[in-house]
Design a protein around this ligand. Sequence first.
Ligand code: ATP
Length: 328
Amino acid sequence: MTYLNVDDLHVTYRTASGELPAVRGVSLALEPGNTLGVAGESGCGKSTVALALLRLLPASARLEGQVRLDGEDVLAMRWGRLRAVRWAGASVVFQGAMHALNAVQRVGDQIAEPILLHENTTPAEASRRVGALLEQVGLPPWRSSSYPHELSGGQRQRVMIAMALACRPRLIIADEPTTALDVMIQAQILRLLGQLVGEHGISMLMISHDLTVLADTCDRLAVMYAGRVVEEGPSQEVFGDARHPYAAALSAAFPRIGDPRSRRNPQGLPGDPPDPAALPSGCAFRPRCPVAEDRCSTVDPVLWPAAPDRSSACVRVYSADAEFEETR
Ligand SMILES: Nc1ncnc2c1ncn2[C@@H]1O[C@H](COP(=O)(O)OP(=O)(O)OP(=O)(O)O)[C@@H](O)[C@H]1O
């Protein structure tokens, strides 16, 4: 059974200048033990989707649609049940561990906190579990008495991962888990996450603006643009042969060394993503799209099968599909 099922999720922020539709009908599915990457430029709604999964968004956010974890609707859950689901059903590894950790509390106590809060266990047992968790993420157990400032950036991120694993969750939501780290440490942390997910059958949803990180770590990839998923499919296929012009441009901006299919795009993608409060008519990508046609200013495309096991939200995919033309 699919562990995470997001169906037509909409998130709108109420701001001083009006309503801001940050997420506009996102649907995602994640099987147990699988990894899904969510990519896209800054502001496309990736973090909003990640935080919506556990209702961690500020009160100014209005959520509509469905988020099911193991069949249970998270958006309709009562507070008590939601508290139980956080940490054990799913937990989050946030970006920038220095800000996410409490600077004046020993890291061991921070890792023990969710265990003591969620499980009927003794402090001695929680402390034993903390030692084992630290070892699991490649840190010596004596580090439990360290304060965050006594650790390097990579070590702090390992502590964050240990904390996320504390209540043996079935899903880890990793929001830019390696963004603040240098390339060598980034690779170590990604390897660690991949290894933990593989060994324990945990599902992982990883958010990143870096497509190469996701393509190397995740089974499937969803590319977001202006609050929508515009391309979804197996990672290597999306990365190597994207059908949506935005996903293709994003892939081209991340060349792969040694891959003959890799194309270098030194100019990157011209222009900026649209303001979510003032989207253009038709397709939101139209003003930046190198292959836009007249109909793109009137048709707002939804995800449509582009190939077996893949979908793309572009009118060019529609017109390649005779069945779609028949339904119009
Ligand atoms: N608390 C908030 N109140 C109002 N608008 C918000 C809030 N949080 C995010 N937004 C807006 O929602 C949109 C999506 O933001 P979000 O942070 O989800 O994007 P992102 O793709 O994760 O970007 P980044 O990679 O920069 O974190 C943006 O336009 C952002 O300015």
